[in-house]
Every structure is written in structure tokens, then in C-alpha cells.
Ligand binder design. Structure first.
Ligand code: FMN
Length: 201
């Protein structure tokens, strides 16, 4: 029984490259169960002061505000913990990730839940999960070219996933969606998807 968690973050519900290849990869992986988190249709709120207080304190000491603030985060954590595979579909916005996706990350990167700190070192707590990052870029030159240094999507997402223990990461870039390079990018993305083992591990 395999579980797929799919996270979508393009503001475009129609005509989105990242969402389209998310569909293709989800079909290819053919998981027994899929959990969908569409961060545009159902935005996750930014963490507030009650959430911060709650994340860094003992749950037995939580008042009503802290309990409310952790309810959604706990649900999002359950989803990521249940997943064998995680697809994150991402458009590059202003050289980084959409704020909708950052809000989700702020809810799931939690001490004692997805990472730990023993006073000296940090350790990721998630294990045996694969992540697939489908990243759509309007321009090209991010993988090899002049814009390599301007890609804050790939290194940021890879680092944060590693930080919480997800080290098996496949990146599927779709570059040049606004630069007449769609056909080339699509052929490349399809080839990467075809090379992925649906059952993994
Ligand atoms: C607000 C906004 C900011 C963008 N910033 C960038 C950028 O910094 N670099 C880039 O190459 N493309 C940029 N683009 C283009 C998108 O990355 C491109 O259209 C991509 O295909 C969007 O993903 P989607 O097709 O899944 O919606 C931007 C698009 C929008 C709407």
C-alpha cells in the first residue's frame, strides 16, 4: 500500500506546466492512495504568534490559542508522515518559491516532529520517503546557464527537505515556459518521469 502526497502551488489552475507534469508523475507513480494539498485552492495560513509559541513548547501546557494554532499543522504533519512519495509542483516566482508553498513549509518544519536539535546537531526525523520537485521556470538557463546563480527554488527546497530527513530527491525542471522552449522542456520532463521507478524504495 503506497501513499502519495501531492502539494500544488501554482496560482494558475489552468495552463500550469508544473501542475500538468504533476498529473503525469502522479499517474506514473500510480499510488494506492493520494492525498492532495492544493495550496492555491485551499491556502495554508502563515504561522502566527500562537503557532510559534505552540511549536516551541510542551503540548500539555498549551492553552486554547495554541491548540487551535497547531490543529492544521498537526494535520499537515500527519499527511507528510503517512506519505511514501511526495510530489511538490512549484512555479518559480521572482527567483524563489511561491509564498503559498513557504506557508506550508513553515507549518511542517517543526522541532520534535520533523527535525530535532540535541544542543549541538540537527537531525531530520522523516525517513524512507522520496520527494519529486517539479519546477516550472519562465526563462531558461537555470540548470546550465547564466541564471544558475538565480535559482533559489532548487537549492532551498532540496536543503529544507534534507533538513527534515528527506534525502531521496528527484528534480524535474521545466525551463523556458515563457521563452519558446516548452517543447524541449516537456520532452526532458517526460524522459525524467519515465525513468522513475513507480514503487521506489
Ligand atoms: C509573479 C510571477 C513571477 C515570476 N517570476 C519568474 C522568475 O523570477 N523567473 C522566471 O524564470 N520566471 C518567472 N515567472 C514565470 C513562471 O515561472 C512561469 O510562467 C512558470 O511556467 C509558472 O509555473 P506554472 O506554469 O506551473 O504556472 C514568474 C511568473 C509570475 C506569475
Amino acid at each position: 500500500m503506497t501513499t502519495l502526497l501531492r502539494i500544488d502551488s501554482s496560482s494558475r489552475l489552468e495552463g500550469s506546466f508544473s501542475r500538468r507534469f504533476g498529473d503525469e508523475l502522479a499517474n506514473h507513480l500510480n499510488a494506492d492512495r493520494t492525498i492532495i494539498r492544493d495550496l492555491v485552492k485551499n491556502p495554508v495560513p502563515h504561522i502566527d504568534v500562537a503557532a510559534i509559541a505552540a511549536f516551541f513548547s510542551d503540548p500539555t501546557e498549551h492553552g486554547e490559542a495554541e491548540k487551535v494554532a497547531t490543529t492544521l499543522s498537526d494535520e499537515l504533519l500527519k499527511e507528510i508522515m503517512a506519505a511514501d512519495d511526495i510530489i511538490i509542483t512549484v512555479p518559480m516566482y521572482n527567483f524563489g518559491i511561491p509564498s503559498a508553498l513557504k506557508a506550508w513549509i513553515d507549518q511542517v518544519v517543526r522541532i520534535g516532529k520533523t527535525f530535532d536539535f540535541d544542543g549541538q546537531t540537527f537531525s531530520g526525523l522523516l525517513q524512507n520517503k522520496r520527494a519529486f520537485l517539479i519546477i516550472a521556470y519562465g526563462a531558461d538557463g537555470y540548470t546550465q546557464g547564466d541564471f544558475k546563480m538565480a535559482d533559489f527554488v532548487k537549492p532551498y527546497l532540496s536543503f529544507v527537505l534534507n533538513f527534515i530527513g528527506i534525502t531521496d530527491i528527484t528534480i524535474i525542471p521545466i525551463e523556458g515556459t515563457n521563452a519558446g522552449k516548452e517543447a524541449e522542456a516537456e520532452t526532458h520532463a517526460q524522459a525524467v518521469i519515465a525513468s522513475i521507478n513507480p514503487h521506489g524504495q
